[in-house]
Ligand binder design. Structure first.
Ligand SMILES: [Zn+2]
Length: 311
């Protein structure tokens, strides 16, 4: 029996997944993300909600949508890159069109919730989900509850600044980030950022896979790249410790698939974290690409339980 549905709104595709009573994937459907008009984007999302209702046989099925961006709870407007929805009230427009409740949440928060309740973080009460991919995103859950904030932006540590002392130690410049700010963690910590560090050390911007393989094989230049990268990662863990002090940090995204990446980060923590403090456990996510839809479905289920949001 289908218990909830999750929809992942991406820049190129929209994926809907129906989950059974054990939170296993029952059915999945993918369609291209409409690029021509906002109205077609809303129609496509509505089509996926209706498909999930049909699969489950229930009009009241809890359905959540994970979105790549922020969603102001005050104005209802979206802030998102690469989609026609920026500045629009997508959530309300879908509710108006379908006449039913649908939960909306930042996709990084959905990842964190999925891992905190069902995945690698399920035995911890305070879980930070950190996605290291083409960008850096994150989300925080306390006792199985997502702390998303006014805009769903809580946990977006990729856009905090790397401390000046770390940049100085590593002889790095603060770089312009895609968000418009300068010196964000994302500029060096995401996959393209690791390549920038390689360029800094060797003159060549090789990709993360080559860097980490060569470093593991003993290449001194690539080991230097990894030393710099892990120092920046450790600074981010220190920032997390000083704000939410999580029991564990669950790593997701493309870089989380690098062998030993959890150990590489953990070994860089001494001397960077506050003196005498316990470090958080650094662990790898259990779910791969289905984390976003599973987390969105979980968020929808929680809203139904807490708020009675579904019709
Ligand atoms: Zn930024």
């Amino acid at each position: 029996m289908v218990r909830a549905g999750g929809i992942d709104l991406g820049g190129t595709k929209i994926e809907a997944t129906a989950f059974d009573d054990n939170w296993a994937v029952a059915e999945t459907k993918r369609i291209p993300t409409p690029q021509d008009s906002y109205e077609n984007l809303v129609d496509a999302l509505c089509e996926m909600v209706v498909w999930l209702e049909d699969v489950s046989g229930s009009k009241g099925l809890p359905v959540g949508v994970g979105i790549p961006g922020f969603h102001s709870k005050r104005t209802g407007k979206f802030l998102t890159a690469n989609l026609l929805a920026s500045g629009r009230t997508v959530h309300q427009d879908i509710i108006d069109k379908l006449g039913r409740a649908v939960t909306f949440e930042n996709d990084c928060n959905c990842f964190a919730l999925s891992e905190a309740i069902l995945g690698a973080g399920r035995s911890y009460s305070s879980v930070f989900g950190l996605i290291l991919g083409t960008g850096v995103g994150g989300g925080y859950c306390s006792n199985g509850t997502m702390i998303s904030g006014l805009n769903g932006a809580a946990g977006e540590y990729g856009h905090l600044g790397i401390p000046y002392t770390a940049l100085k130690d590593l002889e790095l410049d603060g770089l312009q980030c895609g968000c418009g700010r300068t010196g964000c963690y994302e500029t060096y910590l995401a996959g393209p950022g690791m390549s920038r560090l390689a360029k800094h050390v060797t003159g060549n911007a090789v990709d993360a896979q080559i860097i980490t393989t060569a470093a593991a094989a003993g290449d001194p230049q690539m080991q230097e790249v990894m030393r710099m990268w892990s120092r920046i990662a450790a600074e981010l863990v220190a920032a997390l410790q000083c704000t939410v002090d999580p029991d564990c940090i669950v790593l997701g995204g493309g870089l989380s698939k690098i062998p030993d990446i959890d150990r590489i980060i953990a070994q860089a923590l001494p001397g960077i974290l506050l003196d005498q403090t316990e470090p958080p456990e650094i662990i790898i996510a259990q779910f791969g690409d289905s984390s976003g839809t599973r987390g969105a479905a979980l968020a929808a289920t929680q809203n139904v339980e807490i708020l009675g949001e579904a019709l």
